[in-house]
Design a protein around this ligand. Sequence first.
Ligand SMILES: Nc1ncnc2c1ncn2[C@@H]1O[C@H](COP(=O)(O)OP(=O)(O)OP(=O)(O)O)[C@@H](O)[C@H]1O
Ligand SMILES: [Mg+2]
Length: 910
Amino acid sequence: MSIPASLTQARAAATSALSNPAFQDSPFANMSTKEFNVTAYTLNSSQRGCYRVGALPIALGTNDTCALGFHCPKSSNEFPPQYCHPTEECAVMRASRRTCDPQGTLEPKVCANGFYCPPGGKQQLPCPKGTFCPSGSFEPFNCTYAAICPAKSVRQLNVLPLYLTVIIDLTFVFVVIIIFCVQRRRRNRSAKSTTPVPEERSQTILLQTPGSPGTATPGRTQSPSISSAGSSDSSRPPSTNPSTNPRRANARVDHYDGYADDDNVSTLYDEDVENELQNSPNMQRFIRSMSKAVETSCIGLSFDFENLSFCAKGGKKILTDITGTMPRGSCWGIMGGSGAGKSTFVNVLMGKTHATNGTIKINGHRQDMSKYKKLIGYVPQDDIVFPELTVRENILHSAHARLPQKWRDREIQEHVDSLIASLQLTHVQHSRVGDATRPVISGGQRKRVNIGMELAAAPMAIFLDEPTSGLDATSAASIMKLLRAISRLGVTTIAIVHQPRERIFQGFDQVLLLAEGRSVYSGPTEAVQTYFEGLGYAFPQKANPADALIDIITGDGAEYCMSATKCEQGEVGFLIEAWKAGSQYMKTQNKHLSLASTQSEKSRRISNQSLNSTAEQEEALRRTMKLRGASWLAQVYYCWKRAATQQLRNQVSFLFEIGVGGLAGMIIGLSAFASNGHLFQGLYHQPFTLLSSAIDYNSTPQIGLLGAMAIGLAASAPGFWVFGEEKLMYWRETASGHSRSAYYVGKLLSTFLRIALSSWHFTVFLGVLATPLISFQEMYAANLMYFWCIYGLASIVSMLVKREDGPLLAVLASLIIGVLGGVAPPLAKVKSWHMEWFWRLSPGVWFTEAYFSQNVLPMKYLYITDLAAKSTGYTLGQYGMDIAMLFSIGVVYRLIAYLGLILMNRDKQR
Ligand SMILES: Nc1ncnc2c1ncn2[C@@H]1O[C@H](COP(=O)(O)OP(=O)(O)OP(=O)(O)O)[C@@H](O)[C@H]1O
Ligand SMILES: [Mg+2]
């Protein structure tokens, strides 16, 4: 038969009592066992013994020492506090972390919930109003301002943060409404003010030749100067007829170096452009402000490429031996069938994709294109815009970030105004751009925004990948005229076009035709028809020659072939071979055309002479580049402002994130609600350790674990989207010379508000429901820092994985670091594996430790907290260090993310 546990315990207690020095000094020390038992029975019925029959009291001291937080009403120096073996009921209560009534007359009791027992332990007083007294209090804890703490409170209901939350939320909503109204008013006002004023129409710009008033020394390389003819010509009525307009007669462009002549002849297309300029004050304003930005008067950018080839990774040849020259200020059209290699060619030429073979020269020197990225614009084939921003905001950001530093805001606004008007976007300038899933403006309008973002930066060379696709004929023609006009300023313009209309086709000085990644023609537009006719093709009289050309170069030109031996039924291979054989001849022809013709302005434009820049010209370019672009701080500000605007526009996800934060805090708070704020219980200090109930070292770390997981779930997906959603835009901007660090810092700053608000809501609800001993400020700081870490971690994930996989992986990563919080497996166990360093790399440990430390230390006077620390593995009393480490880990995560941003996909940032 087994011995009952209670008997065993009683024996153990008796043995312990006998060996207790306090007992040995007592009157019972010399008793025989029989006498002792009789005495024990006797004592049970006396006023100073144990209530349990047969239980032997154990003296807890030699005098009336009542530990802090205990109530010892009957003990005295003569009869010190005693411990009595508990009854089964009491044992059960203690084993379930509760306390039971004293088991003997002299047994102390821990001060009851809602009461405090001043030192000495003779009194147990009710906790006054405005304070709270958890079990074992020796003095009341003061409640914070406005907390709900009626008399006999066990915990404080800190509702002040809740009130503040309501105020913050209402203020936030109010501010959003105010901003919305102000923006709307401003939009309406600016919509009115952007209507062109009639007087502006009398302002006309002249594209002047060297030698005309206001230009530099004749005969020297000179960019077109643009001036207002307003003062001399304003008295004359504006004429739209080019032949009768005296200003048009004077309108001249100097494009190519050293070919100054006196002819006043314009091509048909230039007449169109001129007319457009005459009739569009906005375009005039834009061209004028472009000319101000493209300020190097003696140089632009010209490109020479020779035998340019590109093989894809598998060895597939995409481009083969493309050779040509794109002089400064020329307007090039690149045409070819789909998949002919047009985009690849532009990417290789711009250095975005490394050529497998061949050379590229800029201004006659072999140099890296990325050196000039501040001066080069690139309009990608796919629209890359910020859907949440308005048309104007998208274009304005580009202008702010990339125009010369010395431009004042007013000038930039005017530049953007005129550009928007030139792109015929004024009526939608305050509409959000939207995207394919939520279109707000049309696809064609989005295309124009895309172009506007590059033109706003006033580049010296611009590459456009299908700028007119998706546009109606009028819009496409208008864009083409704008491009043509800026090319007349000396801006080298290279546009890929798909089946252009005849007028657009004629707008190019030169065309490069590609088929199967090879040149089939590269030269003057006006000579292309003659060239193909020489190969045996006949162009229909009234049809668009560009259509016929596309048919021919895509191998579908048999119907145009007049000579079976020459055209070989439209084989593309024939065209390639023919161009290889004849390209030298064409070069000579071009030179001949440009040198021989002094009659035609167009013939000057088709010069194949590229510039071989001098050291002074290179210096001028360098100076211009230095002045280009906003300062780093200004870029940070613009990026921050843009990101903040994006977030405000995405109110739903912004509010959702904050709401999820609050909800997570509420759920975890509810799980701890029943504990009445009693989230830690240890062993009482000696000599009252025997009176201890079961320990509870887990509740607080569990709150930390749950909190870490909840924050991970709430913040990792939004944290991922900070960078994950707009990599294309980032690559585009970096390639155009934006500061990467400014972009990153701007984005980072924009997350502060949402991190602060989310963690605030999380903390408020957790605090109100769980009422832990850790103060609200300390809890908020820990939560804030953990949110900070999760956002940092999600940023790393966003650099590493595709957007589709990102949120899931970010959540997973945050769960992993949460689990590495030292709760399960316990940190103490981890220490025994010598793996603590690894756990300490995770913010979860520092976060949980901060919670544990601040919940335990207020009760240090009552419990053996060192034992709790040893048992759990956490270090107590280093809250400051915990928070500092959380902050540092967040910083390290961001540094890693930044490195990922700049080091991954480097080719796309060129
Ligand atoms: N990095 C690459 N790896 C493999 N193939 C590639 C790569 N880049 C381009 N290509 C292939 O090269 C060909 C030319 O592509 P490119 O995008 O330059 O065509 P495109 O002339 O611009 O066509 P579109 O008019 O349809 O835009 C395509 O068949 C494309 O699949
Ligand atoms: Mg393409």
